[in-house]
Write a protein that binds this ligand. Structure first.
Ligand code: GN1
Ligand code: MG
Length: 394
């Protein structure tokens, strides 16, 4: 999906056209489904005014392919920033959005200071959190919605799947840079914004509970396949949590969602310049990040493909991502950390498949979907990817 709004904007776009396009985007993103679509444009304009009161809105478009929050790209005139990102934080998922913003402040302040003291030798950007006119990091509407605004990283774009080895090394470099720049941030300074996030055994419990409730009794060969994969991987579930409990793997700052399309590339140099989507930055195992980055980076078909039987794990891309990662991470990566890398790919790919499948069985209450079987298809993609990986490391 497009992650870069078409630029430059045209001042001649009519309000009627903007409204129609925005409504279509919102429906496609399944965003704002409960909102009055007629008023969407006006509503977004009034939220923009909370962050940039003097600005004139030139254009607003649906943006990105997030499964949780609703994201818009805004083009402005007479404002400090020509472009900004506007996001409605899903507070069904992030129960305390103010804590998400607190973490984002802690993280960006820390990294900004560190970069000021010891700059990298290449472009690396952090999104700015734009305050409201009252000086807050988010705006809360009268009906309880949480909105935030972030600067748009100039001349950048992201990809839903990696297409070449240079991109792969850059993806590894980006994750390594994130871990490197946070390696001196005490993880306990960050709060947990989603209870149980990336605790694989808890996802298994949720699956078992949904089965016990018997909400979805449909059967099909695909559904049977998913149940079988879950049955076969019971031991895997505890692998990283056991390593954490025994102290083999230490708690560090983790990103929580370093999938490929959260890494931004400079459009001119094609080098990675930022890692975004900072909602899940918290204390945890960096192995969940390494695994997540590799499971998304080594799936050339992309996690949204419907051709799930064709999904394969690309080992060449995996080696490239790891070489990019290690080039910067060797300052903090231990031998034990390295020993767990392949296991972390297995755990996180399994975990994501399990999360999608459980949400499908539970009636799709967590991830945004675009069609009824969407979460089932997503879980098939992850389970097939897992099998492909496992077949190559035997
Ligand atoms: C969700 O919303 P998005 O796309 O950034 C999810 C991640 C998953 C990802 C899979 C808070 O992230 O954990 O890995 O979908 N985020 C949350 O695409 O659950
Ligand atoms: Mg995310």
């Amino acid at each position: 999906m497009r992650r870069v709004a078409e630029q430059p904007f045209s001042k001649s776009l009519s309000t009627t056209f903007l409204k129609a396009r925005l409504q279509q985007a919102a429906l496609q993103l399944n965003a704002m489904a409960n909102d009055n679509q007629e008023n969407l444009f006006d509503k977004l304009k009034s939220i923009v005014a909370e962050f940039a009161p003097q600005a004139q809105v030139i254009d607003i478009q649906g943006f990105g392919s997030g499964n949780i929050n609703d994201t818009f790209w805004v083009s402005l005139q007479d404002a400090e920033y020509q472009f900004l990102i506007l996001q409605r934080i899903n507070h069904g998922v992030f129960r305390e959005p103010q804590l998400v913003m607190q973490n984002m402040r802690t993280y960006t302040d820390h990294v900004r200071d560190r970069l000021a003291q010891s700059p990298l030798d290449r472009r690396w950007e952090l999104p700015e959190i734009l305050p409201t006119v009252q000086g807050q990091d988010y705006s809360q509407t009268t009906d309880g919605e949480f909105w935030r605004s972030l600067s748009f990283i100039e001349n950048s774009k992201s990809y839903d799947a990696i297409t070449n080895s240079q991109q792969a090394r850059e993806v590894g470099y980006a994750l390594g840079t994130f871990h490197y720049l946070t390696s001196d941030l005490a993880p306990e300074k960050l709060v947990d914004t989603i209870a149980g996030f990336h605790i694989t055994p808890l996802y298994l419990q949720q699956y078992q509970q949904v089965i016990a409730e018997g909400k979805n009794t449909q059967t099909s060969p695909e559904i049977t396949y998913c149940h079988q994969i879950i049955e076969q991987h019971q031991k895997l579930v505890h692998l990283l949590e056991d390593a954490k409990a025994s102290g083999k793997l230490p708690l560090r700052v983790m990103h929580g969602d370093p999938k490929v399309n959260n890494i931004l590339f400079d459009q001119s140099t094609q080098l990675a310049v930022s890692i975004v989507d900072l909602d899940t930055v918290k204390s945890g195992l960096i192995h969940y990040d390494i695994g997540d980055c590799l499971r998304s980076g080594c799936n050339p078909a992309g996690e949204e493909t419907r051709k799930w039987t064709e999904v394969r794990f690309d080992m060449d891309l995996c080696q490239e991502i790891l070489s990019g990662y290690k080039a910067i991470a060797n300052s903090f990566l231990t031998k034990t950390d390295e020993d767990y890398i392949y296991d972390s790919i297995r755990v996180i790919t399994f975990e994501l498949g399990l999360r999608f499948f459980t949400d499908y069985l539970a009636g799709n209450t967590y991830f945004h979907i675009k069609y009824p079987e969407h979460n089932l298809l997503r879980s098939l993609v992850q389970f097939r990817l897992l099998e492909s990986f496992e077949s190559q490391i035997k």
